[in-house]
Design a protein around this ligand. Structure first.
Ligand SMILES: [Fe+2]
Length: 241
């Protein structure tokens, strides 16, 4: 028997912090121009979002995305944003667990918080050999991995999630997974992981405004899962403290 499911309340994002988005323009497969990013920021500000952590892709597909280059581009963008919006921005990154990962570690990760929490993703298709060892090595140096959108990995089943939690990785939900934006299997896993209390944070993973506005109204959750999602929003805020 299914219980009632509800849309997110209108004030859901009031005071919220987004911890995963691709709004830094022209550096990855996210927003392509400053104008589009500024337009999206204004729309998000109208919804009540007050702070955002920008997380451009760091992976071998984007060899120019290193700490130095991206930090310089962020400074330019942040100055543009300050002219039109009160949203506070911080620079993070989304690190693919690939052959470049340890080089980025040596340069110094751009963390989600002021210290050590680092957003990581794997290939969607497979958990490649060596990933566990890389994560172990960086954790030994005090890094806390936050696994981006665990619900979206096609290879991942319940056992993977339990193992990752045993290894003390944190999990970040993609909000639109709950609406089926990445397909039904990812949607089912997102609802399962939320219900099981396995997530720590929630992010938009926004690459463009259209997808966000299309799928957001499609989210339907039990009142208990809305409460769980609100707790993730609270956890997000602590990253920015
Ligand atoms: Fe992302």
């Amino acid at each position: 028997m299914f219980g009632f499911r509800y849309r997110l309340p209108n004030d859901f994002f009031q005071g919220a912090v987004d911890v995963h988005c691709h709004l830094l323009p022209g550096v990855d497969d996210g927003f392509s121009t400053t104008e589009k990013s500024l337009h999206a920021l204004k729309k998000l500000e109208e919804r009540g979002i007050q702070k955002m952590i920008l997380t451009p892709h760091f992976m071998k597909d984007y060899p120019d995305n290193n700490r130095e280059n991206i930090t310089a581009k962020f400074a330019v963008f942040k100055a543009e944003v300050a002219k039109v919006s009160k949203i506070e921005l911080r620079l993070g990154a989304e690190y693919m667990l690939d052959a470049c990962f340890m080089n980025h570690f040596k340069q110094g990760f751009l963390a989600l918080d002021a210290k050590d929490q680092v957003l990581c993703e794997t290939s969607y298709m497979m958990y490649e050999p060596g990933i566990t060892e890389m994560l172990y090595d960086v954790m030994c140096e005090g890094i806390q991995p936050v696994i981006a959108h665990p619900e979206r990995y096609e290879y991942a089943v319940k056992d993977n999630y339990l193992r990752w939690r045993d290894k003390r990785y944190k999990f970040q939900l993609n909000l639109l997974s709950l609406a089926g934006a990445y397909g039904k299997p990812a949607m089912a896993k997102a609802h399962y992981l939320l219900k099981e209390g396995m997530y720590d944070y929630v992010g938009s993973d926004m690459h463009g405004l259209g997808n966000f506005e299309h799928f957001l109204p499609e989210i339907r959750l039990s009142s208990k899962n809305i409460e769980r999602l609100e707790q993730l929003i609270e956890n997000n805020k602590k990253l920015f403290d």
